[in-house]
Ligand binder design. Structure first.
Ligand SMILES: [Zn+2]
Length: 241
């Protein structure tokens, strides 16, 4: 189901509408010119964020452009998270096709190339917004980074709150690393990559279950392990056979 569609109430006026989704019902909400303002969000949130130029209060967040003066807004001064930015429900299992579609829509609206004839303030804001957008996109796209980001939203930072991994797991990791170092044919490297990809796929499924059950400690433990396998994939990539 597309989130962006013609409003069923005022289709005659040719306005686009936002579909507000909740668990069991759909509410249409008509907004004027959503493409101009970037207001395609289904998960609109009330905001008291003020425009840096005209001091108008934004009614929803994230706010890309001021509804009053139309100027680009500051990304860093707004309190929104990456899921809100991409109009996605805050959950581990996301639709990456939808993520990419929404990323392109937003990128198209705030890319610095579009601001080459604008004021310095607008140029700086578009650069900052655009770089945050890129960072948010790569974070949500990558399953490990997405999980770590979700933990950070809950105040858990893996670097600061490291966990003690069991001895058997660490011995396993040493063996994997030895195998990677010793692999000297394309076939053996591809086999290792395939095995690690399989382990990661299963781990991410468990991560998803842990988040669904709101078991953040389990998600943290699983992501700590996944980090080792992701770094092994990096090592494999660097191998020149
Ligand atoms: Zn304004």
């Amino acid at each position: 189901m597309s989130l962006l569609r013609l409003c069923c109430y005022c289709i005659s006026r040719d306005r686009l509408a936002i579909t507000l989704r909740s668990t069991f019902k759909i509410k249409p909400l008509c907004l004027p010119n959503p493409i101009k303002y970037g207001n395609y969000y289904a998960h609109t949130k009330k905001s008291d964020f003020k425009c840096w130029n005209c001091q108008s209060v934004a009614h929803t967040k994230p706010s890309l452009f001021c509804e009053n003066c139309s100027l680009i807004q500051s990304a860093v001064l707004q309190d929104f998270n990456y899921f809100e930015l991409f109009n996605l429900e805050e959950q581990y299992n996301i639709n990456t096709v939808q993520l990419t579609t929404n990323f392109r829509k937003l990128q198209n609206l705030i890319h610095p190339d579009k601001f080459s004839n604008k004021s310095n303030e607008e140029k700086v804001l578009s650069e900052t917004f655009s770089s945050l957008l890129n960072k948010a996109y790569s974070t949500l796209l990558h399953p490990l980074q997405r999980g770590l980001y979700m933990l950070s939203v809950h105040g858990i930072n893996l670097e600061e709150h490291s966990i003690t991994l069991d001895k058997t797991f660490l011995i396993d990791i040493m063996e994997w690393n030895e195998n990677i170092e010793e692999a000297d044919t394309k076939t053996s490297i591809e086999k290792l990559k395939e095995d690690i990809d399989g382990i990661l796929k299963n781990t991410y499924e468990e991560v998803s279950n842990a988040f669904t059950e709101n078991n953040l400690n389990e998600a943290k433990a699983l992501l700590s392990k996944a980090k080792y396998f992701v770094s092994m994939l990096e090592k494999i990539k660097e191998k020149d056979v």
